[in-house]
Design a protein around this ligand. Structure first.
Ligand code: UT7
Length: 334
């Protein structure tokens, strides 16, 4: 059995900074509420005409990751793309990356697991490398969520949270101790409607696309039962982390850096307390970017690496919880 390791990391966020105060132009909210309940101070939102889409932001992050891995697009054997906000209803964004990067006619797979998307994407790519099918895989998490947010006071519970951006890693066949130790994936579909965008959908009768869109129809906007999701998140995050650590005979004290999905600073702080971890063992950057869903882990992972917080030999754990519900973790030796 082969092993895979991360050989390149990249991130991209739009230039446009939207502060909490900026949001008061659209809805009844305030900086104090947003900071105290979520930790968020600002987020990046793409601006119409700036060229940013979920696919193009993914490409920008991927180019940096490829460069740092010392590879070019022709070296890539497969693309795994995690997003809840694809450019098109179909096809997925992975095929756009294949075209925009100029890769050979390699396979491209989209992952639809929302906040857990990147954890699922890493796990998926890892399996293709372990079996020997592929050697270099580009794994991307990217979201352009600002265009789909309900900016009225009605949507403020969700609207203030989400941001845009992308992160990418290159996974490469490993011949040394640096590799992905294990992946742990879960779901509980009975809670699918607690965090969802219901339309458009292929139900019967179908909720269709643009021509039917009515701004007053809230099924086209993200809905989240915030308290309910929060309570499950603070249980499932530690569970997924402990499960991964136990599999490898490790404890929270062994973690050099935990990269939690950036859902809410209070969730990360709760997880940190529960696992009795030190501040330097956990990465939080939700303050600057908000919740970028499938992009939050690769953005945080890349930023931590750029800041020198991840060194060769470090034990890095990623963990996520979100819509589905889905949750999971990756245990990674750098
Ligand atoms: O990434 C995927 C997974 N997502 C998560 O894990 C997120 C989990 N949930 C959360 O992070 C939190 O539940 C939220 C940040 C979404 C909401 O925080 P909360 O502390 O649970 O607030 P709440 O929904 O209980 O609302 C409390 C009050 C309400 O007013 P009343 O009924 O007490 O008068 C809301 O109407 O805060 C009000 N409120 C706001 N006020 C100002 C809700 N949103 C806002 C807002 N600005 N943006």
């Amino acid at each position: 059995m082969y092993k895979s390791k991360i050989t390149g990391l990249g991130k991209y966020v739009p230039d446009n900074i939207v502060t909490n105060d900026d949001l008061t132009k659209y809805m009844d909210t305030n900086d104090t509420w947003i900071r105290e309940r979520t930790g968020i101070e600002e987020r990046r939102w793409a601006v119409p005409g700036d060229g940013n889409t979920t696919a193009t932001m993914g490409v920008k992050a991927a180019k940096i990751a490829l460069d740092r891995a010392g590879l070019n697009p022709k070296d890539i054997d497969f693309i795994v793309f995690a997003t809840l906000s694809p450019d098109y209803y179909f096809p997925g964004s992975g095929v756009q990356v294949q075209e925009l990067l100029g890769c050979d006619t390699i396979g491209a797979l989209d992952i639809r697991n929302q906040c857990s998307g990147f954890v699922y994407a890493i796990a998926t790519a890892d399996q293709f490398i372990k079996t020997g099918m592929y050697k270099n895989i580009l794994v991307i998490g990217s979201e352009l969520q600002s265009s789909g947010i309900d900016l009225s006071t009605r949507g403020r519970g969700v609207g203030v949270i989400f941001g845009d951006g992308a992160g990418a890693v290159v996974l490469t066949r490993s011949n040394d101790e640096s590799h992905i130790l294990s992946n742990h994936l879960h779901s509980e579909g009975k809670y699918a409607k607690e965090l969802t965008v219901q339309a458009p959908g292929c139900t019967n009768p179908p909720k269709k696309l643009a021509e039917d869109w009515n701004p007053e129809d809230i099924t086209y906007y993200p809905y989240m039962n915030g308290n309910f999701v929060f309570k499950h998140a603070v249980t499932r995050f530690p569970e997924a982390i402990i499960e991964g650590l136990k599999t490898n005979n490790l404890t929270p004290a062994d973690i050099d850096l935990l990269i939690p999905h950036q859902a809410n600073l209070r969730i990360s702080q709760f997880v940190q307390r529960k696992l009795q971890m030190k501040d330097e063992q956990i990465m939080n950057n939700i303050q600057k970017y908000g919740n970028t869903t499938a992009a939050s882990i690769p953005i945080a992972l890349t930023e931590a690496w750029e800041q020198g917080r991840i060194k060769p030999g470090d034990l890095v754990v990623t963990a996520a919880f979100g819509s589905g519900f889905t949750w999971g973790s990756n245990i990674i030796k750098f």
